[in-house]
Design a protein around this ligand. Structure first.
Ligand code: NDP
Length: 296
């Protein structure tokens, strides 16, 4: 069997198209333009790439993008004052503070200073609690993108066995909540899990969010299972020339694709969905702020 590829680029392009059409209607019918503010503290190169990409895609769907690049030495008080201003600004519907923050800044404090209704990353404690209790929430973008791909591939997820490898607050835990919300039987595995291969072999759905290159081999995968590879890892690629690198996931793609029913590629799977979901969340926040119907 060769697994079907779940094409995140194509799916994400469709979501961006839907968001752009909705944004155009908001502007034409109501004179409203959704706005997303992205705050970057310091000069982490990977974060700079993400922030630029987010800004570009925000503008491409017709929204306003407000980028705030702060010095690495910015104090907590200065950062909190900026968040206060963005919370109060009616032109800003979504606020995202790019993580990780420099060590001297308390991430929990900063994230929880964002107004929950503008917290388009879904990391505010109130959105976490809402998701866990099945209330209307801002849902973290990466797991939301994974859920959308799974729903599109399977239709109903009800009753399926799902294993999420990784228990971080930004991917693993919210992913588990979302799968539970769709009536999967969910196992959350982590670095202390005993006999991980056996745990993974039971799963109809495997979501790998570990941060270890190609850790999950094909012989851990149940034949026909759906594999969502969240990992983004850069490894040496001497076959491409001296000093060259390439991106791989947490799953060993080729051996897993020989067994799985469907699998997301890296790059081109979960990554593009994450930013598309950020734009969709910003649109939702804007509609809620203006008491207008939310996008489907
Ligand atoms: P974290 O480092 O926060 O969490 C990693 C998780 O993996 C932890 O729960 C850890 O367990 C678990 N883990 C580590 N080693 C093992 C092991 N040997 N066996 C089983 N579990 C293990 O990572 P994130 O959740 O932030 O990110 C995970 C991956 O997803 C990374 O590659 C990241 O780059 C990528 N990512 C991709 C995004 C996208 O848009 N595509 C967005 C966000 C992340 P424990 O808790 O016990 O330490």
């Amino acid at each position: 069997m060769v697994a079907q590829t779940i094409d995140g680029r194509e799916f994400a392009a469709g979501i961006r198209g839907d968001v752009a059409a909705h944004v155009a209607r908001l502007r034409d019918d109501h004179g409203i333009v959704p706005g997303l503010a992205v705050v970057l503290v310091g000069e982490d190169p990977a974060s700079q790439v993400y922030v630029r990409s987010k800004g570009r895609q925000t503008v491409e769907v017709g929204m306003n993008s407000y980028e705030h690049g702060l010095d690495a030495t910015t104090s907590e008080a200065e950062l909190l004052a900026l968040i206060d201003r963005l919370n109060a600004d009616p032109a800003v519907h979504g606020i995202l503070v790019q993580l990780p923050l420099p060590d001297h800044l308390n991430e929990d404090l900063v994230i929880n200073a964002i107004a929950p209704e503008k917290d388009v990353d879904g990391f505010h404690i109130s959105n976490v609690g809402r998701l866990a209790t099945g209330q209307k929430a801002m849902v973290p973008c990466t797991p939301l993108g994974c859920l959308m791909m799974l729903r599109r591939h399977h239709g109903s997820l009800s009753g399926l066995d799902a294993v999420v490898i990784g228990r971080s607050n930004i991917v693993g835990k919210p992913m588990a909540q979302l799968l539970l919300g769709d009536s999967c039987t969910v196992t959350v595995a982590h670095s202390r899990t005993r006999d991980l291969p056996e745990v993974v072999r039971r799963a109809d759905i495997v979501v790998a969010a570990v941060g270890r290159a190609q850790m999950v081999p094909g012989d851990w995968i149940k034949p026909g299972a759906t594999v969502i590879d969240v990992g983004i890892n850069r490894i040496d690629a001497p076959e491409r020339g001296e000093g060259k690198t390439r991106l791989v996931g947490d799953v060993d793609h080729d051996s897993a694709a020989a067994v799985a029913g469907a699998i997301t590629p890296v790059p081109g799977g979960v990554g593009p969905m994450t930013i598309a979901c950020l734009l969709a969340n910003t649109l939702t926040a804007c509609c809620r702020a203006n008491d207008l119907p939310e996008p489907e």
